[in-house]
Design a protein around this ligand. Sequence first.
Ligand SMILES: Nc1ncnc2c1ncn2[C@@H]1O[C@H](COP(=O)(O)OP(=O)(O)OP(=O)(O)O)[C@@H](O)[C@H]1O
Length: 575
Amino acid sequence: MKTVFSYAKPYKGLIIIALFFMLLELTVELFQPLVISKIIDDGILAGSQERIIQYGIVLVAMSGIAFVAGIINSYYAAHVSQSFSFDLRKAVYGRIQSFSLATFNKFPASGLITRLTSDVTMVQQVLFMGLRIMLRAPLLVVGSMVMALVVNAKLALYLVIVFPFLLIFLYIMVKKGVSHFSFVQLRLDRLNRMIQENLQAVRLIKAYLRGKYESGRFSEVAGSLKMDTVKALRVMEIILPILLLGMNLSLLAVIWFGASEIRQGGAQIGELVAIINYAMRMTGAFSMFSFIIMAYARAKASSERIEEVLVTDDVREKEEAGEELAIRRGEVVFENVSFAYPGAESPVLKNISFKMKPNEKLAIMGATGSGKSSLLQLIPRFYDATEGTVYIHGRDVKNWSLRALRKTIGVVPQQSLLFTGTISDNLSWGKEQAKQEELAGAAAKAQIHGTVERFPKGYATRVGQKGVNLSGGQKQRLSIARALVRKPSILILDDSTSALDVKTEAALWQELERENATMLVVTQKIRTALKADRILLMEEGRISAYGTHQQLMKTSELYRQIALSQQEEEVDEYV
Ligand SMILES: Nc1ncnc2c1ncn2[C@@H]1O[C@H](COP(=O)(O)OP(=O)(O)OP(=O)(O)O)[C@@H](O)[C@H]1O
């Protein structure tokens, strides 16, 4: 919990103010029974009207002070806890953004969402309670006990006796609570993961008529969350009755022995009333304990999960400022590169070597799963090669700061991802200060400008979640335009033109050929590969062939087969 609560440090001053007013409220509250006992003993029983009025005024003034102190304490507790949760959430989010893909893969997205939302809220609530009642409750118990001892030590002893037993009981319950609630948060992760998956696959679920099946699965996962939460709450539910039983038994003892003490002259009625009053306050504070323990147990489990993200051992990105002056030459060189995904046993890339000059266009072909996307991921350093070296702009890729490196690279992934917002927002996503003409220019190159202009709202058209209101081909072209806006010196297209018709693709290629950028293009089509300077054919993680179309037709049996099969397909299309 230490790392998490270190985010409360900037609010030390405000925390002290909140605690001061909490202590003030508490002190006043502790003296109230004493004043009441004085009203009874020195006022009512002694028949002094004057004393009754004097102590009455003191009592009213004390209530006023407690009221104001309580409000000020609440104000600061709310302010501090909200600011703390804002900072913590920002820190966790920032940390997630800096994760390498390898670390990112270790945490399921749903788990990260739960950490950012419900886990942070849980910790924030506990800080609020900490400043409001968490400290106050134990202090009220201890303070009431001390005051009871001051009023009449003999009678107060009956309250003190139960104390150690209740403490041991509370300790055991906290331990149990923490382990139960960690489990509940895991269940919540699972539920979030499922909801996320289902919402993403909503079309598929409808097409395959799996709605009922998925609802059943949802009920099962939500049901196990309910069962585990009930189990955890059941542990917590026995705390209050047991605490109250202990306190009420000792209260009974106080009244029983108090009555005989009064008869024998060892105590006054007012003293007994005061001690009963303190006992009631202790009981009230104890009843808060079950609530506090539950919140603490949940917050402890939550803070451990948040800390997992904050302290994850990950390669920190180099962000040194000098690297901004990166030379954008555009060379891409792979030298004996092998790569295995973290945790995987066998490499998916084996001994890859090739050299690309600035502005060269390379088509990468190969069967599905042959390692094309994996190879491309090493260029912007989404992953690092396990063996060998990747050189970009003439320097080992590991020696560039990620920021400088990625600024020079445009990536269009296999799945075109757009964000909610306007088309302009999406296009300027990689270069916020881009002017409208730049956006339109890039869109024109990507063969989408005309389409956008025909939308009633043009570039101000809103894109639905993940681009639901756009066709597959439109999304692909917008993703390409987004990459072009950045004027990258290296452009990576991972099968990003698959949804385009022949004419549009040809026009796009004409534009891309003119681009001042080194290009790596994954494609399945010989027609597209023919436009490149060279072709790299992958087979099971190795380079099977590398050269121009003419060279490959002569040297690679596999390439010849692909070329022939596609020629036949094209002829078939027109028969
Ligand atoms: N994140 C990952 N973790 C572990 N293994 C992975 C991961 N991504 C891909 N792989 C594995 O790496 C191998 C190569 O995958 P890759 O995506 O590079 O192939 P590809 O040639 O691009 O395929 P496709 O044409 O289908 O996109 C596959 O066997 C795949 O199972």
